[in-house]
Design a protein. Structure first.
Length: 264
């Protein structure tokens, strides 16, 4: 990579200090720039972009590996370690699918965190954050128009993570990333219940737009209110879907009994 190429890594002034190299990578992990599973650039490229020697870089990587922050896979490269892990075990996730109160707790937690994140994002979002947010909304619109359910789910998760990233609160960035991983399960993201009210998903798209617009307009209170309305709508949709499924089960059982000669 040419020395004048754009790189997220800064040049290190103190060639003799491997710790300075390690400190920069640690800061990028804490801030969420380097995420779990991210592959670091090849050694030569990374050393060049940071302006350090390859032996010093190797020394720094060794320190990070010993600290459990990176994983070196011979023949593949150096990767950021899994530092957060799963928010819930598969067994606990299955419990959430069976107990409404637990699922409501999940939404209650998301409501408070996402309101806070949206307000912070409206105050702190950089030009780059705003551009990423616009691109994510455009992706939500494209997947909605195409009625691509899988792509819509991925765009939905990216939207919420983008808002949290724009909050520039490192603890929230890491915590919510683990929470949003749950949205990819059928328990925590189900297009049937999300469309239970309007049938089309248009309301969800409009809610995402409202959150984004408030952030882009730097309106913290409005952003928090829009985030709250979104989660409340999700909770209402879940309830409508759940009650509808109960009625369908009762009706199905009633017809089955009639078919078996139930006198009533």
């Amino acid at each position: 990579m040419p020395s004048d190429s754009i790189s997220p890594f800064e040049r290190v002034d103190h060639e003799g200090l491997a710790q300075t190299i390690a400190d920069q990578i640690e800061e990028m992990i804490v801030s969420g720039v380097l995420r779990e599973g991210t592959r670091l650039p090849p050694e030569r490229e990374l050393a060049l972009s940071m302006g350090v020697s390859r032996p010093k870089l190797r020394e720094a990587i060794k320190q990070l590996e010993q600290a459990g922050l990176v994983t070196v896979r011979h023949g593949e490269g150096t990767f950021i370690a899994d530092l957060i892990g799963a928010a819930m075990s598969p067994a606990l996730t299955r419990l959430y699918s069976k107990h409404e109160a637990a699922f409501r707790d999940y939404l209650e937690f998301r409501r408070e965190q996402e309101c806070f994140a949206a307000a912070l994002a409206a105050e702190r979002a950089t030009d780059e954050d705003c551009q990423t947010l616009r691109e994510t909304v455009a992706e939500l619109e494209r997947t909605h128009d195409a009625d691509d359910r899988t792509a819509s789910m991925e765009a939905d998760v990216r939207f919420h993570q983008t808002v949290v990233d724009a909050s520039h609160n490192s603890l929230m960035v890491h915590t919510m990333r683990s929470i949003y991983a749950l949205m990819r399960s059928h328990v925590f993201y189900n297009r049937d219940y999300l469309r239970a009210i309007d049938g089309t998903g248009q309301a969800l798209l409009d809610q995402h737009r409202a959150i984004a617009e408030a952030i882009l307009d730097a309106q913290p209170d409005t952003a928090a209110e829009a985030a709250a309305r979104h989660i409340e709508y999700v909770a209402e949709s879940f309830q409508v879907h759940h009650l509808r499924r109960r009625r369908e089960i009762v009706a199905s059982r009633r017809r089955l009994l009639l078919g078996l000669g139930d006198p009533f």
